[in-house]
Design a protein around this ligand. Structure first.
Ligand code: SAM
Length: 215
């Protein structure tokens, strides 16, 4: 089974998925960052080859499975359409995991949550990127290409109140606020962060997985 992981990063998708596929596998791990592609290939428990390039350059000839995680929002509508067409032409099954949906729910709520969320989503949609629209676009395109499509919600639940996950919740929060501030400099991001970082909080960050199977 030939599997390609697009935008592989450090290879987390391969380390998770490869042991779950009951077949002999050859993986190709693609990233535009050469260092990440090499690191991902070395970390997989099955044979894996690093490929340096962008999704736009991809050749899926002979590919059985195409996967990615946390990538779709970084692609344009045109790139998403071309990718789905290429997957369908290759007859490949696809699993596009962990795409952001734009849904963010804090506990407790803050008066500025909605403004920050709107600015973050607008930042994700900059320069024609699909951002939180990516999962809907990809699911529709897979359906049009004749594939059987399944979606599952896969939210991140970060509990900023517990000692164990507080550093991760804070790191996510700072990144979210930074992007919102770039998009809308009128936001009082410092005030918002000061309120959030001096009190416990939990946040659910909407994500979705989309599976497409050739019929
Ligand atoms: C958010 S990270 C996700 C990494 C990994 N898939 C994971 O889930 O941990 C996105 C990755 O995609 C790569 N990337 C972004 N846009 C890309 C493109 N157009 N073509 C190829 N790789 C891309 C980045 O270099 C980065 O490693």
């Amino acid at each position: 089974m030939v599997v390609r992981d697009l935008g592989c990063g450090t290879g987390s998708m391969g380390r998770w998925l490869a042991p779950r596929l009951r077949a002999r596998q050859q993986w190709f791990v693609h990233d535009r960052d050469a260092g990440l592609a090499r690191r991902a290939a070395a970390s997989l428990p099955v044979p894996a080859t690093p490929v340096v390039g962008t999704v736009a350059d991809i050749d899926l000839t002979g590919t059985d499975v195409v996967v990615c995680s946390a990538l779709l929002d970084l692609l344009s509508a045109v790139e998403i359409g071309a990718l789905v067409d290429a997957c369908a032409a290759a007859g490949a099954a696809v699993l596009f995991a962990l795409s952001v949906t734009g849904r963010v729910r804090f506990d407790p709520a803050d008066r500025d949550d909605a403004r920050l969320a709107a600015a973050f989503d607008a930042h994700q949609r900059r320069d024609g990127l699909a951002g939180p629209d990516a999962p809907d676009r990809v699911a529709a395109a897979l359906g049009r290409a004749g594939m059987e499509v399944r979606r599952e919600t896969t939210p991140w639940r970060l509990a900023g109140g517990s000692a164990g996950s507080r550093p991760l919740a804070e790191e996510w929060l700072r990144g979210w606020c930074d992007a919102a501030a770039v998009q809308d400099p009128t936001l009082d991001v410092d005030g918002y962060l000061a309120r959030r970082l001096t009190a416990p909080f939990a946040v659910e960050v909407g994500h979705v997985d989309v599976l497409g199977l050739p019929r």
